[in-house]
Design a protein around this ligand. Structure first.
Ligand code: FE2
Length: 262
């Protein structure tokens, strides 16, 4: 099966009428990506967007985002990132799902694979967490997964990746998360966003993949300090995950679209 992975769309308010913009907007880059998806990957079974749908979490930004992703030809599932806010997200998007505690955690089965989508948001903060309630929800979901292979999607990485600033704002309690998934053994892959750079690795014997940002990818910033190196930014991108229903193997392709001036 084919899955589309979008992340870090960072929608901003539209520029006031008559005001010049200096480059492509997050909306324009996502529109280019959606056009690419419609041309080449309309056969994908679903699309998962792993957070930072908007930059400031305002109703205006969510309304623009909802209208833009309506052009995707497959079912779409979203989870929040650190730039999001739950109430306006839930108000704007057509089918957000919540757990009994109000977190945007949800799970579903598609072609024999269990997809578990986690809400790691701490509103107003850049770091993420899976609090006791969210870990309890995850534990019960994994216990109820009926031995189906599980793919987890979340915003914050549970692993340090050698990017000092981003490592300082990743998932706070990765060890607790690791303990829960190790207790069940069904998790085959973890997908996340947040980094604005695609990468792969293995954590607790589980492969992980960070998807690119649909807006822009940051230069590789492996040196300590807050500044970004003077290097080219990555083009807007998205992921195409091919998941084998029989053995849950994953092949993940990155695709980009030109970051052309408007
Ligand atoms: Fe982001």
């Amino acid at each position: 099966m084919k899955i589309i992975h979008l992340s870090d769309c960072h929608f901003i308010d539209p520029a006031p009428a008559g005001q010049a913009t200096t480059g492509p907007s997050p909306q324009q880059t996502l529109q280019r990506i959606i056009a690419d998806i419609c041309q080449w990957h309309s056969d994908a079974g679903l699309c998962i967007i792993s957070g930072d749908l908007t930059h400031d979490g305002t109703p205006t930004q969510y309304d623009l985002f909802a209208r833009t992703i309506a052009d995707l030809p497959m079912p779409v599932h979203v989870i929040p990132g650190n730039h999001d806010a739950r109430a306006p997200l839930l108000a704007a998007l057509p089918k957000p799902r919540q757990d009994k505690n109000g977190f945007i955690n949800h799970a579903f089965t598609h072609n024999g694979i269990r997809f578990v989508l986690l809400d790691t948001l701490i509103e107003g903060e850049d770091t993420g967490i899976l609090c006791e309630k969210r870990l309890a929800w995850l534990s019960s979901e994994l216990a109820a997964s009926q031995n189906l292979p599980v793919m987890i999607f979340m915003h914050h990485p549970p692993v340090t990746v050698g990017l000092p600033f981003m490592d300082s704002i990743n998932l706070q309690n990765a060890d607790d998360f690791g303990d829960v998934i190790a207790a069940h053994g069904a998790v085959k892959h973890i997908f996340f966003g947040h980094l604005h750079r695609p990468l792969h690795g293995i954590w607790h014997d589980i492969p992980f993949t960070c998807g690119p940002s649909s807006y822009t990818g940051q230069p590789l910033a492996m040196q300590p300090g807050s500044g970004l190196p003077d290097k080219a930014w990555l083009e807007p991108g998205y992921g195409i995950a091919l998941i084998n229903e029989h053995d849950a193997s994953v092949c993940y392709h990155f695709e980009t679209v030109p970051n052309l001036a408007t």
